[in-house]
Design a protein around this ligand. Sequence first.
Ligand SMILES: [Zn+2]
Length: 316
Amino acid sequence: MSDFKNWWTKSTFFILLLLITISGTYGWGKEGHYATCKIAESFLSEEALKAVKELLPETAEGDLASVCSWPDEIKWMYKWRWTSELHYVDTPDFRCNYDYCRDCHDSSGVKDRCVTGAIYNYTEQLVTGYNASNSVVKYNLTEALMFLSHYIGDVHQPLHVSFTSDEGGNTIIVRWYKRKTNLHHVWDSDIIESAMKTFYDKDIDVMISAIQKNITDKWSNDISSWANCTSGEDVCPDPWASESIKCSCNYAYRNATPGSTLEDEYFLSRLPIVEMRLAQGGVRLAATLNRIFDPYPPVTQKLAYFGNIQRASHTI
Ligand SMILES: [Zn+2]
């Protein structure tokens, strides 16, 4: 093999390896985001669904879930690199709490540049942009919808709101059964993938159906409190982030020290947490989009906001 060819092959290999390593670094994996958005779709009001479909890019073919990983796919491109710090929020080590004013900034200290700040920002863009009667507003609402849908998923992944020094578990090297990985990746993808293999026929749609069944059965009394913002705002990512850091401390970091091997005990006790966070992300994304695009629903639908879930239409 010529030197050049040899170099080229090696470089390509390392670039590929780097991309594979990087791609799992932030956010639920593809399956997690797909699940969050699929669950959300089933709770959208008619008006909100119509608005979402109007804004989706053509490639989505009317399916929000198909573009929910888009912000992960573009964040390494030069044009979009500024978005890569919007997928998470770092909190002080071992404090196990979150505070917007203290924590929501990027690595250079620029305020509001974190996942909760991004959720406020894109909600605001959609509210003002969608309801604007003139063309003064210049926001790209298609991008805003895709970013918002993705970041609401991210803020529910516990390790997206976690300690600064271990980069949300990225520097904690563990084994997932026999395979070497890191703790962040375990929560992004490994738990979900193992669950699909073990319980759900290797099919994400089967897993989503099981989560949806839990929402209407086991969690039916909780979903109105999940969906509501006590502040009365259109969106409320701060309490969602506080839940995530609590989950990180109580479940993700616990018994997952560097070098440990995580197996059945960890998998089976953490899977219900992952499934609940996917459910909460989906319900809250739908509730947020319903408030943005359908702020004045008919009275019958409005009742659903306060606990009378309309099971037939699943509108919240
Ligand atoms: Zn992400």
